[in-house]
Design a protein around this ligand. Structure first.
Ligand code: FAD
Length: 308
């Protein structure tokens, strides 16, 4: 119920205006968002690198249905990659992109537009030693995202996919994607999805995640284990051992601001760890999804409001 209300609010302009206009929100935002400018994200990426942790940088912004915002978003990613190269941080860097930010929702030709923009980002990433991962969004967009990804992989085979374990189709997606050279991020899923397409109870989602993880770890691809759930992290380590996967043949991914001690602990064990690093002024839907995942995050926000 709590999760449903917050995910609904993430799409509401009225709630957005209220939250964005509330100054103490900033402190809560700062916990999950690296900053407003690309340089802020790269500063955090540099600090993480000092701890042996890699980054995947996400330029916040989603759902623009016009050509101009799709181009602006594409240009921002290209600028970010250039800046990373100048700062000596682009080798091994990943950028996470949402096709909705690259034009998927533009009427007439959105699919082609987002493909062309994503391909431009993939080409620039490859030129500076970085990679791209296509984030998963609402369930209705997943099939189109997989089609665009397949097109991108023809020229840029390292382009990463994301599977949301809460979708009933998740395990089939994992079977299809667990092939040599394929990078696959497995997450639980952060959007609203109806019961006919998604597992909606926590225990079902966790069980589905475990099944998907088994497929990816047994397969020939490069699994990216995106969760903070201690039981699933432990399962990933057990499966890696069972399938004889050395440390560099898969990675853990965690969100900026969530379980930072666990990020350091995993890295100190020699595991490959990557932190998802969002930046940009359009943080509202991202923040609401993080609150929906954990009631304590909302409490943090309410406390910030009271201390005004
Ligand atoms: P949960 O059961 O939600 O959490 C397990 C434990 O982790 C909690 O008990 C708590 O201790 C901690 N925790 C989890 N979330 C938070 C939080 N927000 N604040 C504080 N503590 C928390 N979803 C998509 O739909 N598409 C994507 O492309 C996508 N990319 C992702 C990339 C990365 C690197 C990660 C880590 C997540 C991504 N997600 C994505 C979000 C994901 O789907 C989940 O919503 C999110 O990770 C919470 O699920 P969990 O696996 O951590 O398990």
């Amino acid at each position: 119920m709590f999760r449903r209300v917050l995910l609904a609010a993430s799409g509401s302009d009225r709630v957005r205006q209220l939250v964005v206009a509330t100054p103490p929100t900033r402190r809560v935002v700062d916990r999950f968002v690296a900053g407003e400018r690309p340089g802020d994200a790269l500063d955090v990426a540099r600090r993480l690198a000092g701890d042996g942790i890699a980054a995947t940088v996400d330029r916040l912004g989603e759902g623009g249905a016009d050509l101009a915002s799709a181009r602006e978003s594409t240009a921002a990613y290209l600028g970010l990659l250039d800046l990373a190269e100048d700062a000596g941080l682009s080798g091994g860097l990943d950028v996470s992109v949402k096709l909705s930010a690259l034009g998927r929702l533009v009427p007439d030709g959105g699919r082609k537009i987002c493909y062309e923009n994503a391909a431009e980002i993939c080409a620039r990433a490859a030129a500076v030693g970085a990679t791209v991962t296509i984030d998963a969004e609402e369930h209705a967009s997943v099939e189109a995202a997989h089609e665009v990804l397949a097109d991108l992989r023809r020229d840029h085979p390292a382009t990463g996919a994301v599977v949301q374990a809460y979708l009933r189709r998740g395990v089939d997606d994992c079977r299809r994607l667990a092939v040599a050279g394929s990078r696959v991020r497995l997450c639980k899923g952060a959007y609203r999805a109806p019961r006919d397409v998604a597992w909606t109870r926590r225990a079902e989602v966790d069980a589905a995640y475990a099944r998907c993880l088994g497929v990816l770890m047994a397969g020939a691809g490069y699994p990216m284990v995106a969760t903070h759930d201690p039981r699933l992290l432990a399962l990933a380590a057990r499966l890696a051992q069972e399938y004889g996967r050395p440390a560099g043949s898969f990675e853990y991914q965690l969100l900026h601001g969530v379980r930072p001690h666990e990020q350091l602990r995993l890295a100190s064990l020699g595991a490959q760890v990557r932190v998802y690093l969002p930046y940009g002024p359009d943080w509202y839907p991202y923040l609401l999804r993080r609150m929906a995942e954990r009631p304590a995050n909302l409490a943090l926000f309410v406390r910030a409001l009271r201390s005004r």
